[in-house]
Each structure stands twice: as C-alpha cells, then as structure tokens.
Design a protein around this ligand. Structure first.
Ligand code: CA
Length: 669
C-alpha cells in the first residue's frame, strides 16, 4: 500500500507539473523565438469543442476569456491556457461555443498586456475588439464553392480600377441601395436619377476594366462601426485585424458573419461580371503599436526599432513592421493565402512595399504561385521614411528585378506627366513644361532597359528597374495626392474647361499605350474631382463621393476611356509583356522640340493585326507636325476621340498633324 501511494504521489506531482499554466521563457534575441510548424490558426470550432491556440513565446501566463457579446459585458468564463514547446499556448473548451466571442490576455513579467482577439482572428464583433466563434462554412453564399474566376492569360492584359467602397456608391446619384457597402458591387441595373447613365457594377462592366483594386477592406480602426449614422469617412490605412473584412462596409457590423458573407457576395458578383478583385494590403504598419494585437501577444517582436532604441517609423504612421522576422513573414504569407482561399481574392497591392524585405515578398510570390499563378502582386516600391534594414534588402522599386512576378508603381511616368508629388502646383509634360519626356518614355516601355530611353534624364531613377514590362504599374493618378482633374487645374495656369478635358484624355492615353499595367483611379473616367483636396483620407463624402451625374456631362470622356481600354484589348502590340519584345518592336520616332512624344510599335508586334501602330502625344498648345513612315493608316484616336473600328478615317504618312493637347493613334495594315 505504501508503495502504491508513493507512486500515486509521484504521478500526481508529474501531472501537476505538466499541467501547470505558468512558464517563463527568456530569449537572448528574437532569432531564438520558436516558430511553430503548420499554420497560425488560433481558433478551431466544431460542434463538440473549440480549440484555441496563441503564439506568445515570452508569456508567463495566458488566459482565454469567453463572452456572450461582441462588445458588452464581462467574460462569463476565463480559461487558463497551457504552454506548448513551440511558443504557443493552448486550450480546448468541450462545449458548443457557436455564437460566443473570445479574447486572449497575456501576462509578461507580471504585467497583463490587455485583451486581444489575437493576431489571426477570422471573425470579430463590432469594432474588432473581440474575436467571434462562427462556422465559416455558414458564411458562404449559395454557389460559392463552384464559382469561377474570370479568365486570365497574362498580367499584360490587366486593366486596374482603384476604388473606395464609399466613393463609388454613397452619392445619392449612384442609384445604389446599399450605399458605401461591399454589396453595392452586387447591384445590377443601377442608374442615375435621370436614367441617363449606368452606375456601379454596370458602369465597370461597360468601361471594360479587368480588375477592381479595393482600398483597404480588412478591418481597420478609424471608423466607429457602431456609429455609422455619423457617415465618417476614411481610406482605411490603419489596420486592426488583417484577416477580417471591415465592419463599416457591412450591412450589420454587429453580426460577425455579415461582413464575411457580404464580402464574398461582392467577390462573386464581380467574378460573374468578368471582373477580378485586388485587395490593398497594409502589413507594413498597424493603427496603434501599443494596443496592437501584435504587441499584446509578443511585445517588440513584430516591429523594428531604430538604433537608439525608439520605434522605427518607415510608414510615417508611427511604426514599421519587421517582415524579416520568421513569424511576421509567416503571418504575411498565410494572410495572403487566406484571402485567396477563403475569399477568392485575385490580387494584392502592397502598401509601402518598400518597408518589407525582398525575401518576404519573394516567399509570398512563391506561396501564391503554388496555389494560383494568375494572382497579381504589386506595390508601392518605396517607404515614407527610410526603413531600418539595408536598402539593398528592401522591396524598393530599385530592386524590382530581384522580385520576378511583382510589380511596382512608376512615379517616374506619373510625375513626368503631371509634375512632382511634393508640389501640387508644379506641372510637367501636360502643362507644356519641357523635361518630362524621358520619364514618360521610361513608362511607355514599362521601365525596362530600352536603347532609346536615356536614363540620365529620367526624373527619379537612373536604372531600368523592371525586368519585364508587367513589373511596372502605369498611372497618372491614384487615391493619394490630387486626383487628375484637380491636379491639372492646380498645375496648368489658365486652363480652360475644354483644355481640362483634352489634357485629361491625353494623360490617360500615355497610361493606356504604355507596356506597363495600366491603372486608373475610380471616377477619373467621368472627370471626378475632390475639390482640390490633396490628402482626402478622412475628408467627408462631399469631397470623396463620386457624383454620377458627371457621367452624362462628360459622356465624351467616358467614351474616350472606354475606347482606350478597348483599343488596348484589341491590339496585343500594346501589351507585349516581354522586355525583349518591347526592345525589338517599340521605337520612338524623332520629333523637334519638347512636349511631344511619338513612337511606333512595329512589325505586327505580339501578333498584332497592324504592321505598325503609331502613337503621338502632343502636349503643346499648337498643332504639331510629325514625320512617320510613309503608309496608309487607319485612325484609332484623334482630336479627343477614340474608335477601335477605324471610323475616324484614314491618314497618309510621312507627314501627319496632331491637334493641340491631343493624341493621335493610328495603324497600318
Ligand atoms: Ca473596423
């Protein structure tokens, strides 16, 4: 008996040791932090039990709190979590927890870090404070598992339309019921009150874009989701929960499944309409470092510091994440794959991509390719302040050649056309100021090496940073800075309404005949303005909303943009996709003086029906004569009109005349 009781005591003590929910772990550096195998799932629900897991390698203690509500009341149960060897803490609750909410709380050095839904919540309550226990399969709209993505052949075929949910639908003239919501993009047959113009999704289909690029649509902090009647506006570059849709774009943000199901409905409707969906992802910084889910689970780990010990701030938003650390890298890869698999997202635009390291971006591309190589990836190849990593290791524009399959925005072309980002009132090529020509040519070839582009005269970059032209995003305006109409008004002294329209069209002609991937900002195609506001990130709807009545007023502008897109689609010579082919077929033609660019794409490039395609961009206020190869040309674009079928007539070389502030596009057969 004595022996037995001794044995029992030993077993009991061993059990107690193995079950004790306290553990202290010190690491000499972040490199020593254990990295768990497998994915970073924090909550796994079944009807019988729910398993929780949180990576908190430096914690003394971790507890799970269960709530009945997403925002009210105290926890009805607190569950101590148990440490595992890989830095995670685990707990299983043997009950059906469907409909409940949870948070984690981590104790480090005797200090509780504050409630957090974890870094990987997939569903949340109002304002993203508590994670929700839901059955994700219940959020799938009917037909979700069999829905099909629109066809995709090459990134060279992509035409991107950057939009904010509120901008697109919130104005009364949109005729859209679900204003400012994800499902605004599911509504068909919407029109302006006078029935003159289609709006929303029908408008996008008519325009002919291939991809919508959604401004931040993950859960962000700046809008109080419980006070939507306040009609507050924000772009959303203040991330809270990276893997949950934003609540203010849902019809019922209090119900966790609402935002998820409605996001999926939106994707499905866009896919059905032949349009793919790109998400703007902002892994480079969080809304508030101190209260972030990262900092409350593994303090210090997810953020870079400066040499003096203060927090680094490459985002100019107060912090800078550390993509080079294994768990942050793993987190980013998993998050991207999650949006692809759970939400059928087709592309990602990385905000301030230059803060991330090259290796992480390449790992993301590799992981994405393993699932679906048709997913496009691009980003801002810069940072707001110099990040705390060596410049040659960062995903900066200059390093694009080391990131195959990832594109960067060309500010060279953008500013060569409209003027520098740091001075709204300074014009360039479009304003008739000489000097932007080489920067625009750099953009026309898609930022690849080309014998006729003189890099020493290109504005920001002295190297041809793209390996392939599809690694360059070609644009003249986006949500940042003034929109095109405002910029032209601010930077072209004495501009008349007629000139405004002409220069707007001319600017996008450069964009759409570039070998890079063309990108436009929503509403430019109907001359939207933002009343001159340069940084409208939290401006009211009166600044940001698209007034759809402009579409009838500027029917010719809409027809022009639509025509440019159709022309690009009809002519493979405008989307060669390969640097070698661009160098072989694209030739700039000599012109006298400044503010005129002429080029031809010769020799049935990329299988084009045309022998030669000629493009002339004339930003001068005078008619300009240009010498082209002697031939009979079918005119596709002239005097501010575009026609794919050649109804604009014919011209004969070798001398052609281009009207002031217009483009001429023509082809010989
Ligand atoms: Ca939110």
């Amino acid at each position: 008996m004595k022996q037995v009781s001794f044995l029992m005591t030993v077993v009991l003590v061993m059990l107690l040791i193995s079950c004790t929910p306290t553990r202290k772990k010190e690491y000499a550096s972040f490199d020593e932090y254990p990295v768990p195998n497998g994915d970073l799932t924090e909550m796994e629900y079944t009807v019988h039990s729910t398993t929780f897991s949180l990576w908190a390698p430096t914690a003394d203690e971790v507890r799970l709190m269960l709530f009945d509500s997403g925002h009210e009341g105290h926890a009805y149960q607190t569950v101590p979590m148990e440490p595992a060897d890989d830095g995670t803490w685990k707990a299983t609750v043997e009950k059906n927890l469907l409909g409940k909410f949870y948070t984690f709380n981590v104790k480090i050095n005797d200090k509780w870090q504050g409630d957090t839904p974890g870094i990987n919540a997939k569903a949340v309550g109002i304002n993203g404070k508590r994670a929700a226990i839901i059955d994700m399969r219940m959020t799938d709209p009917e037909g979700w598992n069999t829905e099909v993505k629109p066809a995709f052949k090459s990134p060279a075929d992509v035409v991107i339309y950057e939009m904010h949910h509120r901008d697109l639908s919130v104005h009364f003239s949109s005729g859209i019921k679900n204003k400012g919501k994800f499902i605004a993009l599911t509504e068909r047959g919407t029109k302006t009150p006078d029935s003159l113009s289609t709006t929303g999704l029908d408008h996008l289909i008519d325009l002919g874009i291939t991809h919508v690029h959604l401004l931040p649509s993950f859960d962000y902090a700046s809008i109080d989701e419980s006070k939507l009647k306040d009609k507050k506006y924000n772009w959303g570059y203040d991330p809270l929960n990276y893997n949950v849709p934003e609540g203010s774009y849902a019809t019922d943000p209090f119900t966790p499944s609402s935002r998820i199901r409605e996001f999926k409905k939106m994707v499905m409707a866009l896919h059905k309409a032949g349009i793919r969906v790109i998400m703007d992802v902002v892994y480079n910084h969080v809304n508030d470092l101190g209260s972030s889910n990262f900092e409350r689970t593994a303090p210090g780990y997810f953020f870079r510091k400066k040499k003096d010990g203060s927090w680094a701030n490459g985002s100019a938003c107060g912090n800078e994440t550390a993509s080079e650390r294994p768990m942050m890298r793993k987190y980013m890869i998993e998050s991207v794959l999650y949006w692809m698999k759970e939400y059928h997202v087709d592309g990602f635009r990385f905000d301030l991509m230059g803060i991330h390291d090259i290796e992480t971006m390449n790992e993301i591309r590799k992981a994405v390719n393993a699932v679906d190589p048709s997913i496009i990836i691009y980003g801002e190849g810069w940072a707001a302040e110099a990040p705390q990593l060596p410049a040659d290791s960062l995903a900066m524009k200059a390093n694009t050649q080391r990131m195959p399959g990832i594109a960067a925005f060309s500010d060279e072309m953008r500013d060569g056309l409209r003027g520098p980002f740091n001075n709204n009132h300074k014009g360039a090529f479009l304003a008739g100021i000489p000097g932007g020509e080489q920067s625009i040519k750099f953009g026309i070839v898609g930022a690849v090496k080309h014998p006729q582009v003189h890099l020493d005269s290109v504005n920001y970059t002295k190297i041809a940073w793209a390996g392939e032209p599809t690694q360059m995003i070609s644009y003249v305006s986006c949500h940042d800075d003034m929109c095109l109409v405002d910029r032209l008004q601010a930077s072209v002294p004495g501009i008349t309404p007629k000139q405004l329209v002409l220069l707007d069209k001319l600017a996008q002609t450069a964009v759409f005949t570039s070998q890079g991937i063309p990108f436009i900002y929503a509403g430019e195609e109907i001359m939207r303005d933002k009343k001159g506001v340069h940084n409208s990130f939290e401006s009211p709807d009166s600044i940001n909303a698209i007034d759809w009545r402009l579409k009838a007023l500027h029917a010719d502008v809409f027809a022009y943009y639509k025509g440019l897109i159709a022309l690009r689609k009809a002519h493979p010579a405008f989307r060669m996709g390969k640097a070698e082919m661009v160098r072989k077929h694209l030739e700039f033609l000599p012109v006298d003086g400044s503010n005129v660019i002429a080029f031809r794409v010769k020799g049935h490039a990329n299988g084009d029906a045309c022998q030669d395609l000629i493009v002339i961009l004339n930003a001068r206020t005078q008619m300009t004569k240009v010498t082209v190869p002697a031939a009979k040309y079918t005119v596709f674009c002239k005097d501010g009109f575009v026609s794919v079928d050649g109804s604009l007539g014919t011209l004969y070389g070798p001398e052609v005349y281009v009207a002031p502030q217009t483009a001429l596009i023509m082809g010989s057969y």
